[in-house]
Design a protein around this ligand. Structure first.
Ligand code: TSB
Ligand code: ZN
Length: 584
């Protein structure tokens, strides 16, 4: 989707459209006062104090009409320059503009205003020549927004819109927005009963419903099996730790703003953990290790809690309580390359299994100039970064480098994806860490009998089950492959009187084969039940009529097709098993 901010001409157009919006609002709500109206990637918005008025969908249509009227009138947009003193006088009844003006630099002696007809706004510009150029726009939504983003301040009304140079661009954009809305995992998650939220549980704390739980269990089984084969050992550890644990790890000093506050119990002070690394460090440290034992790979499906701003939490994609598909790999320095290669290969394999193609690898490196952020060991950084590059090149993986984006403890590789709505997010991650093992005084006995410190690779292939599920729901538009589908097949008897018995026999048989089966024997028309099977995006719909009953066969339709295929029961079972095993 187009990024308005990246296009200079569209930015100016959209900025002018924000003024047109403000002018229309002023006509309809004379008491309105205006805060700021910036251009954003998605178009523009304006934050407006409307007193007690709350803008509804209907209001947006009325405002749009007024904007069209003003545009038709075709007034010129004229720039004036005034001094700070004049500006303070001119806007003296407008506390919002006064706030802006008084914060302007004294050296900024000239302040510019733009006037179109009966409306003047303080603005740096530039703008289009006349309001006539603002023809192809749409107001998209409105929401409450605290003044200056601070919840202690007054709630303003924020109205969003977008503007183009021609009708075709606008229409294409609106279609793309509609498509994104349909793909949004929050909508799919609701339609398919995958997860819910409740104020009594709290923001960013989704509840996984039975259908969601099946998906998650399948993901767990899938990745667990792969990790087992790669020699990972899975553990269970508590989702709290003492503050001292996180002081030892450094999270208390470096990560506290992302953590829930601590709680006292008897003499101990606990925090909900934001990461699992400290627990896994203790498990490694619980035994003596020889150089021959390494790599040691400790995995866990681990619940973590992070403070995410309430405006940032989003469905399953950004939550405050998440479950990582986490592992910490303890390796000798000479094993970094090989182990990193295994992780990247696993990422590639998993993405292939899920049919994911739209993702980017980002290699985050240190900024060698930034001696403050990054621990000082040039040799270590240089060789580690070179190793990671070498592996990526060996694997033929395309990636881009982000200098200065490495964590303070080491370089990392992230996989970036673009959700249906909103900015890019990270799914998989693999982070090299030279520091944590030192902080926990971990060691192994090397070949020559000396004590050495292992290096740690933090890695999460799915990232979290939460975010990964959000992403695959969007990628598949909710049409999940058979092996992941909460309900794999739906049996629909044509007529309960004649076909229910055989349907029940089939249900039992298919359940015993381990398939997830439902039957829809409601007293509804066949066409209605068939349609609903589609709406619920069930991969296989089994229609049971006279022929199937008499010949003991199975007739099925694949999701999205109207073609019916009939197989013997044995053939059908084999066909489904093949689809599942091969993740089709
Ligand atoms: C990989 N200690 C490492 C771990 O060993 C770690 O915690 N890394 S992380 O901070 O990058 O988080 C791992 C993954 O969790 C991220 O790559 C991202 O995919 C996912 N994630 C992070 N924050 C959230 C969130 N608020 N909601 C859902 N998923 C998240
Ligand atoms: Zn970690």
């Amino acid at each position: 989707m187009i990024n308005i901010k990246e296009d200079e001409k569209l930015s100016v157009l959209n900025h002018s459209c924000a003024h047109l919006l403000a002018q229309a609002v002023k006509h309809l709500y004379p008491h309105a006062m205006f805060w700021v109206g910036p251009v954003i990637e998605e178009g523009f918005y304006y934050d407006i104090d409307l007193g007690d008025n709350v803008i509804t969908e209907d209001d947006l249509a009325t405002i749009e009409k007024e904007m069209k009227k003003i545009s038709k009138d075709g007034k010129r947009i004229v720039r004036h320059e005034i001094s700070k003193e004049e500006a303070l006088e001119q806007f003296k009844n407008d506390p919002y503009k006064i706030d802006l003006i008084s914060r302007m630099d004294e050296a900024d002696t000239v302040i510019s205003c733009y006037t179109q007809g009966d409306f003047t706004d303080l603005c740096r510009g530039p703008h289009v020549e006349t309001v006539k150029e603002l023809k192809y726009f749409k107001l998209l939504k409105s929401s409450g927004a605290y003044w200056k983003g601070d919840s202690k301040n007054k709630m303003l009304q924020r109205i969003y819109g977008i503007c183009f140079f021609n009708e075709e661009d606008l229409n294409n954009h609106l279609l793309a927005l509609e498509d994104a809305k349909q793909r949004d995992h929050r909508k799919i998650g609701k339609d398919l009963d995958i997860f819910m939220s409740h104020d009594l549980v709290g923001k960013g704390m989704p509840l996984w419903l039975p259908n969601g739980a099946i998906i998650r269990k399948q993901l767990e089984n899938y990745i667990y099996e792969k990790e087992q084969k790669m020699g990972y050992k899975h553990v269970y550890t508590p989702c709290v730790g003492t503050v001292d644990l996180y002081k030892t790890s450094g999270h208390w000093d470096h990560y506290q703003e992302n953590m829930f506050p601590s709680m006292k119990v008897d003499e101990e002070e606990f925090v909900l953990r934001p990461m699992n690394c400290p627990h896994h460090m203790l498990i490694y440290g619980n035994e003596l290790h020889s150089y021959r034992d390494l790599p040691i790979r400790i995995g866990e499906f681990a619940a973590d809690f992070r403070y995410e701003a309430s405006g940032a939490v989003k469905g399953l994609e950004r939550v405050r309580c998440m479950c990582q598909n986490d592992a910490h790999l303890f390796v000798r320095p000479d094993q970094i390359g090989e182990e990193f290669k295994k992780v990247v290969s696993l990422i590639l394999e998993v993405y292939k299994d899920f049919g994911l193609k739209d993702y980017k690898f980002r290699l985050s490196l240190r900024d060698p100039e930034d001696k403050e952020k990054y621990f000082d060991d040039d040799e270590m950084w240089n060789s580690a970064e070179a190793k990671l590059r070498e592996v990526l090149n060996e694997l033929g993986v395309e990636y881009f480098e982000a200098v200065g984006e490495a964590a303070f403890y080491g370089p990392k590789l992230d996989v970036e994806v673009k959700p249906a709505v909103g900015p890019e997010v990270t799914l998989s991650t693999c982070q090299l860490d030279f520091l944590l093992p030192r902080r926990f005084e971990l060691s192994y006995i090397d070949r020559d009998g000396s004590k050495k410190t292992p290096v740690v690779l933090h890695r999460a292939i799915f990232g979290t089950f939460d975010r990964f599920t959000a992403f695959i729901l969007e990628e598949t538009k909710g049409v999940l492959p058979l092996w992941l589908s909460p309900v794999q097949m739906n049996i629909v008897p044509v007529n309960n009187e004649y076909h229910l018995e055989y349907s029940k026999e089939l249900e039992e048989l298919l359940r015993n084969e381990g398939f997830r089966v439902e039957m829809d024997a409601r007293e509804e028309k066949l066409s209605y039940r068939m349609r609903e099977s589609q709406t619920r995006k069930i991969p296989l719909t089994l229609i049971v009529g006279d022929k199937e009953r008499d010949e003991k066969t199975i007739s099925y339709r694949l999701f999205g097709t109207t073609e019916t295929t009939t197989l013997s029961r044995e053939e059908f079972v084999a066909f489904v098993k093949d689809l599942i095993v091969n993740k089709k």
